[in-house]
Design a protein around this ligand. Structure first.
Ligand code: PEP
Ligand code: CO
Length: 450
């Protein structure tokens, strides 16, 4: 018999990665406030995303999940949201054009604030300070005071998510994402690069196709599919009090949905089968994801599929593999084979970022474009060998011209990292590197299919 579930049933399970909130009363007050606020997304939207993901699971669509490692309360402006959206739209166009299948676009945005940490403390200079856990919890400044978890931040995260989502909806439904604007999504620093020029060629082709459609009498101006896109939201469901406060019962189906985002995932550090995070996610109706690292066994993956998707609903579960380029050839194929043989409908996405982080000689946390691409290559190779669909990529990026990941078309080197290293957490691909990755990923997948 199915175990009972409630939005707060996670509270009786062992839990990891939660902040040591200094004042329970403050925390309760903040959560109560959020419980009274409107949901950020609507259950019907989560179901639409799930329908799109079901197409990915069936091999008829591709998933692009992308955005910040950690959103910031400070770097928060229309500009930064728009620039991120531009890169996502550009990548999606490249993938759609080249693969010939719909691309389901999911941002790590409008709620991606909480970070799991490998250690509770970090050594800065001579001091051990509580780790930075994302702006929804504490501040990054290297002082004890800044690192104290502050419950008001939960409310601020809600508010920032609401206004980010508002702008995202305006951009994606209000004309900014219309297909006849493909050229306008290119930023100057991208346009001047070889990959920018490659993109311009695709954009020219799309323009030509649109002109052709108009010439045949089609009204491209009023056609919604050409003028609007869906960009869904997602984040790691880490701070469960916050997620619980936004979990609401859907009036049309009676099911529970975590209305903080369309899609939620459980991270590599909190994916215990008998832990609170899996308990929470198994009960919400949203599409959910689970990170899968190199230590995950076949048994664990199958048990995860049973726990998170016992009814085997296509599109419900995305397994996001993050093996690292050194491990992928060994670690991924057995999992693909076992899940395939179990009959579980799965979206397989490749996160080529989190298994490939290292510290540069200059002390910066970085990733190399070659390792990232190498992991995508290994991912596609493994799927080809097992006869499964390499359903998507999950990447950390920004629209800005940052220097956080080394390599790529413009050959960012270790010494360049200091030029514009702005991330609060993990290193992100810049606009050019992101577009480059989209082209190369599309090419790898196409080669596998032709
Ligand atoms: C992340 O996606 O930012 C993250 C922390 O990933 P993982 O759980 O795979 O380490
Ligand atoms: Co990250």
């Amino acid at each position: 018999m199915a175990k009972s579930w409630a939005p707060d049933s996670w509270r009786s399970f062992p839990i990891k990665q939660q902040p040591a909130w200094p004042d329970e009363a403050d925390l309760d007050r903040a959560l109560k406030q959020i419980r009274g606020y409107p949901p950020l997304v609507f259950a019907g939207e989560a179901r639409s995303l799930q329908t799109g993901l079901a197409q990915v699971a069936a091999g008829n669509a591709f998933l692009l999940q992308a955005g910040d490692c950690a959103e910031s309360f400070e770097d928060f402006s229309a500009n930064s949201i728009r620039e991120k959206l531009r890169v996502i739209l550009q990548m999606a166009i490249v993938l759609t054009y080249s693969l010939g299948v719909p691309v389901v676009k999911v941002g790590r945005i409008a709620g991606q604030f909480a970070k799991p940490r490998s250690s509770d403390y970090e050594r800065i200079g001579e001091e051990d300070l509580p780790s930075f856990r994302g702006h929804i919890v504490n501040d990054i400044a290297p002082t004890h005071a800044a690192r104290v978890p502050t419950a008001d931040r939960l409310v601020q995260a809600y508010n920032q998510s609401a206004s980010t989502l508002n702008l995202l909806r305006a951009f994606t439904k209000g004309g900014f994402a219309a297909l006849d604007r493909v050229h306008a999504w290119t930023q100057e620093f991208v346009a001047s690069s070889p990959v920018g020029q490659q993109y311009e060629k695709v954009a020219d082709e799309i323009d030509r196709a649109l002109r052709f459609m108009r010439a045949t009498g089609m009204d491209t101006e009023s056609n919604h599919t050409l003028r609007e896109v869906d960009v869904w939201t997602s984040h790691e469901a880490l701070i469960l009090g916050y997620e619980e406060a936004l979990t609401r019962q859907d009036s049309t189906t009676g099911g529970w949905y975590d209305c903080s985002a369309h899609m939620l995932w459980v991270g590599e550090r909190t994916r215990e089968l008998d832990g609170a995070h899996v308990e929470f996610l198994r009960g919400v109706g949203n599409p959910v994801g689970c990170k899968v690292g190199p230590s995950m066994t076949v048994e664990h993956v199958i048990a995860m599929c049973e726990a998170l998707n016992p009814a085997r609903i296509p599109g419900r579960l995305t397994l996001i593999t993050r093996m690292g380029v050194e491990h992928i050839d060994r670690a991924l194929p057995p999992l693909l084979a076992a899940v395939r043989d179990s009959g579980h409908p799965i979206v397989w996405a490749c996160d080529p970022m989190h298994g490939n982080t290292y510290t540069s000689p200059g002390g910066r946390k970085t990733r190399s474009f070659d390792a990232i691409l190498g992991e995508v290559e290994g991912f596609v190779r493994a799927h080809r060998a097992e006869g499964t669909w390499p359903g998507g990529i999950h990447v950390e990026l920004t629209g800005d011209d940052v220097t956080e990941c080394v390599g790529g078309g413009d050959e960012i080197s270790d010494t360049d990292l200091d030029n514009r290293y702005e991330t609060m957490c993990d290193p992100r691909l810049n606009g050019r590197q992101s577009l480059d990755l989209a082209f190369r990923t599309a090419e790898l997948i196409r080669l596998g299919r032709d």
